[in-house]
Design a protein around this ligand. Structure first.
Ligand code: AKB
Length: 316
């Protein structure tokens, strides 16, 4: 029997991941935890507790007390926010991971999912169809912490047998909980603003293409990786994972098909150089071959689903 701990369950990924895991493993076996309050859905459907992953003793106690067998650790300061508080962001991102790895080593919670990101790549990386193994010189605090985290995950796997699994998430697009402080956040905000105001001022230039993925695809594939036969995993760092690539002007054109009066303007800010240092598209063929990564949303389906679901949510 699996008992699963989700750290960071009130965030953009966590709030959807918990609900999906509860469908599979049973509500009472999926422990949602965060330092922030959860969504109503999470609180109503199963256990939620305030837990700070930076407090090692509490974390270890939690794992032992609830006989946890798997951990999804989603706690992180994202790319844009991390640039405002570099040392603090480094401390939080690294300590959250190292505490989890150490706690896994000392308990029965040996299987860990921890998200990496396309931010592990940098300006010297090939920008198009970026390979799994390539030049990696990230120049953001978030990217450096993600690359270091991948290395530590692999180290704990090889040295201590911790079953560490990870993917390099692209920008994730969802309507349930908004993202906080990332460079790809524009691709979520644009849909909310299109419905609310009919216009959007984008903080990236119109032709800045980045890899993106609809949340349903991200969650489905995250769970698939965690359920994969360990013998099939040729990588114990993090797998490239890319759904679709698009630039702001392309998603704006899609929105216009549904809301013809929608307008977009561009005012690039400090996040533009971050986006410029990341790949425009990435090659995820190793994940497809190893554990069957598959995605179903293209830009048309993503746009119509986002607009429909946000309208539904807002009763419009
Ligand atoms: C961010 O923009 O910081 C994140 C990411 C790509 O990891 N969404």
């Amino acid at each position: 029997m699996e008992n699963i701990l989700v750290i960071g369950s009130s965030g953009q990924i966590g709030s959807e991941l918990v609900m999906e895991l509860r469908k599979i493993y049973g509500d009472e076996h999926v422990y949602a935890t965060d330092i922030k309050q959860p969504t109503r859905e999470i609180r109503a459907s199963g256990p939620f507790q305030i837990l700070d992953v930076l407090d090692f003793n509490n974390l270890l106690h939690f794992l032992v007390r609830f006989k946890i067998t798997q951990i999804y650790n989603l706690a992180a300061v994202l790319s844009g926010n991390a640039e405002k508080i570099p040392l603090q962001a480094w401390d939080i991102n690294m300590k959250a991971l190292m505490n989890t790895l150490e706690a896994a080593r000392e308990s029965d919670a040996k299987k860990i999912f921890w998200p990496s990101s396309i931010a592990v790549f940098g300006p010297t990386t090939p920008r198009h169809n970026t390979p799994q193994l390539t030049v990696m010189e990230p120049n953001t605090v978030y990217g450096i912490s993600k690359l270091a985290g991948e290395r530590w995950g692999e180290y704990y796997n090889k040295r201590y047998g911790v079953d560490f699994r990870s993917v390099r998430y692209p920008g994730l697009i969802s309507y349930k909980t908004e993202p906080g402080g990332g460079t790809t956040d524009y691709a979520v905000e644009i849909f909310f603003e299109a419905i609310k105001k009919g216009r959007y001022e984008c903080f990236l230039k119109e032709d800045t293409a980045l890899p993106m993925m609809f949340m349903d695809d991200a969650i489905k594939n995250t769970i698939k990786l965690m359920q994969a036969d360990p013998k099939r995993l040729s990588l114990r760092s993090a797998y490239n994972m890319a759904g679709i690539s698009f630039a702001p002007k392309q998603v704006a054109a899609e929105i216009k098909k549904h809301i013809p009066e929608f307008t977009i303007s561009y005012k690039p800010d400090f996040r533009q150089p971050i986006a410029d240092s990341w790949p425009a598209s990435i090659d995820d063929s190793i994940a497809r071959a190893d554990w069957g990564l598959e995605t179903t949303y293209d830009i048309e389906k993503l746009t119509s689903t986002m607009l429909e679901k946000i309208r539904e949510k807002q009763g419009k």
